[in-house]
Design a binder for this molecule. Structure first.
Ligand code: NAP
Length: 290
């Protein structure tokens, strides 16, 4: 594209940002849809998020994504918050308004679109969520909102799972999230589960790691969804498949959280066909077939 005086700028605030796939998502969409927009990563040093947001506003940036470790810290710098983002307590998208930025969380809706795309439903399901960090918290909230029967949240640090469970259960008005320590997986009730892997264990380059290594656990899983997309197939996914389950990685979640942000910034709706073009490009990049 040719950058000119009218080109709108969007970007990513985070640390680190070197390996982000977001520029590929947004710049590909801008090209397909013919929008005069460019998306760039911005490395923000610790303690400088507020300055980064004020500076972005002064520079007339159209919108921003926010990634690790600033998804909660950025909230203090916003003019307004979307209700959903407020309930989750984390923001990954800033949309420019008259007087400042409004914060949204498109991770959760992104995961929902990704699961819907794969034919995975949460309604009435017994669900296991591994992890209680930023991403797992959004997953637990999504499961609860979409009518899960029970969500067993297993985390290495039990206290964090208890905190998330307390908050989500209070917001939902029902005891839907059950916090457990990771090593208590053998105390899960009988039956088959949808399991969402939301810890950072197994992320490249530590591709041989898995948060629960016991084969017996995988007999409980009918569908495994790992939020990790690098490696393309995690050990969690391999073990799920080895025990007869279906398994998916987190690339579609990443894709759709980006698409929803793009839609908010540009007030458009991205078609399934265009989403597929971006997905294939990301997949080719991740699997080395470029
Ligand atoms: P986070 O807030 O740092 O949380 C990390 C989680 O992993 C915590 O539950 C932590 O447990 C657990 N963990 C870390 N090391 C562990 C170990 N050795 N053994 C057991 N548990 C361990 O990170 P996050 O932002 O939630 O991200 C989690 C994962 O989701 C990352 O791999 C990230 O790449 C992925 N993600 C993907 C997308 C997507 O679009 N696909 C979006 C967001 C995140 P403790 O609480 O005990 O420390």
């Amino acid at each position: 594209m040719e950058i000119n005086g009218k080109t709108r700028v969007c970007g990513l605030l985070g640390n680190p940002v070197e390996h982000t796939l977001s520029p590929m998502i947004h710049n590909t969409l801008a090209k397909i849809l013919g929008h005069d927009m460019v998306y760039v990563p911005f490395l923000v040093e610790p303690g400088r998020v507020a300055e980064a947001v004020t500076g972005s506003l002064a520079l007339n940036l159209l919108g921003l994504n926010v990634t690790v470790p600033y998804k909660s810290e950025v909230i203090a710098s916003l003019q307004e918050m979307d209700d959903l983002a407020g309930n989750i307590g984390a923001v990954n998208t800033l949309v420019r308004t008259e007087g400042g930025y409004k914060g949204y969380n498109t991770d959760m809706e992104g995961l929902y679109r990704a699961m819907t795309d794969e034919g995975i439903s949460m309604e009435g399901e017994q669900i296991i969520v591994l992890g209680a960090g930023g991403a797992a918290r959004a997953v637990a909230y999504l499961c609860a909102v979409k009518g899960a029967d029970r969500v067993y949240m297993l985390n290495r640090t039990l206290g964090k799972a208890q905190t998330v469970a307390g908050e989500v259960n209070r917001t939902m008005g029902r005891d839907v999230i059950v916090p457990m320590a990771m090593e208590e997986y053998n105390k899960l009730p009988e039956g088959k589960f949808l399991a969402v892997q939301g810890t950072s264990v197994g992320l490249a380059p530590h591709v041989d790691d898995v948060v629960i290594a016991d084969e017996v656990f995988y007999e409980k899983i009918h569908t495994g969804f790992d939020l990790i997309y690098s490696p393309w197939e995690t050990r969690f996914m391999k073990m799920t498949k080895a025990h007869g389950g279906r398994a998916y990685n987190g690339l579609k979640m990443l894709l759709y959280q980006g698409i929803i942000a793009y839609e908010l910034w540009n007030r458009v709706s991205v078609s399934k066909e265009d989403a597929q073009v971006v997905y294939e490009k990301l997949k080719a990049h991740l699997t080395g077939k470029v």
